[in-house]
Write a protein that binds this ligand. Sequence first.
Ligand SMILES: NC(=O)c1ccc[n+]([C@@H]2O[C@H](COP(=O)([O-])OP(=O)(O)OC[C@H]3O[C@@H](n4cnc5c(N)ncnc54)[C@H](O)[C@@H]3O)[C@@H](O)[C@H]2O)c1
Length: 391
Amino acid sequence: MAEKMDAKLDYNNQESVEKTAPVNRKLRVGIIGCGWIAGSHIDSYKRMEDVDIVAGCDLIPGKAAAFFERNGVANVKTDYASHKEMLDDASLKLDAVSVCTYNRQHAIPTIYALKKGVNVLLEKPFTVTLDEAIEVMKAEKESGKVLSSGFQPRLDANMQMIKKIVQSGELGKVYYIQTGGGRRRGIPTPFGTSFIADETAGLGALADIGCYSLDMVLNAVGYPKPLTVTGYKSDYFGKDPSYYPDHPEYAKAFGVDDFAAAFVRLEGGIILDFRIAWAMNIDTPGDTIILGTKAGLRIPSTDCWNGTVGGPMKIYKTIGGVNMETEVPIIPNKGGSLFDKKIRSFLDACKNGTPAPVPSSQIIYNQAILDGIARSAKLGREVRIHVPKID
Ligand SMILES: NC(=O)c1ccc[n+]([C@@H]2O[C@H](COP(=O)([O-])OP(=O)(O)OC[C@H]3O[C@@H](n4cnc5c(N)ncnc54)[C@H](O)[C@@H]3O)[C@@H](O)[C@H]2O)c1
């Protein structure tokens, strides 16, 4: 028996990103790392009336200058050899930076910026290792500045609906979660090897898209502490030269995972069953499901997994002995792109001194699971997860 949920219900899910911060003065913003994702950051910053983009840097000489010219932004200082030189330039009076570097260079510039008293929007995944994440969080606490992480799918109305369903208590006590997703053929090499080389990426599909799957469900259930992990990683596709007919040399450069799976115990008696793939011989490794004592929720996966809801969700419940299914229609997102909302909510936190929209206090558990999976896969056994209290 199926019933449609009223699509006109007020889902009231955009409040945090539609508000406009009081504009006292423009925020002076810089971009660290001028590659692919920096293009989305600059597009959004250009749409914000209370932002002056004043500086940018990249390790590759000339790349930052070419980036700003290509994006039509003038009067930006770019004559820096690294993030350090840019952050040392006191004349810039930076309020905030976007850290858009590859994963292995997430922690170092973020810590340096926070120590210089600059707010940071750090791209996902948070870091590569848990140790790095702890150091980043310590620098954040010492600085008192805003540190937010680049999980824009969180701002999707459908993602927020998952959390509302769980938090409403409709599912009862949640005891089992299956999540993850994948692409049949989707190892990301659009601009070379920064996603696949160990020196730059550190982790592959596990962190790149796995962090989104984890955030989808952990955010919904209130980010319980992870306790133990049994993890697995493989690289059968990434290491195969025939995978890249135009660039067989990428197989040699491949130093990360293209598939990962794990069994995670979370505080509160919740089991998390996880799998993620950049490449696999199947259409999907399964939908996300959240099982509770009163009802279950199915969240369809997508064939190009990037952390979005793939279709109408379904709530499964038995009432008076009758099995029922309630469809939750796809909710259209209002008020700009998810990326604009990510940038706006970060800027609002910087201006108002309010908490980061995607706080490290949650994302550290996401990182602890990624780190636990990598450690467990290496050791070939279950590992305990310990996240120290960071004041
Ligand atoms: N939120 C999203 O939707 C999304 C999408 C794609 C990528 N990302 C994330 O963004 C990050 C960057 O990805 P990308 O595709 O733009 O990579 P990229 O390789 O295209 O660009 C990274 C750039 O950072 C530069 N760099 C590295 N360390 C630096 C440093 N210390 N100082 C200055 N410049 C430095 C590199 O030279 C390079 O030009 C990754 O962590 C990725 O996971 C997020």
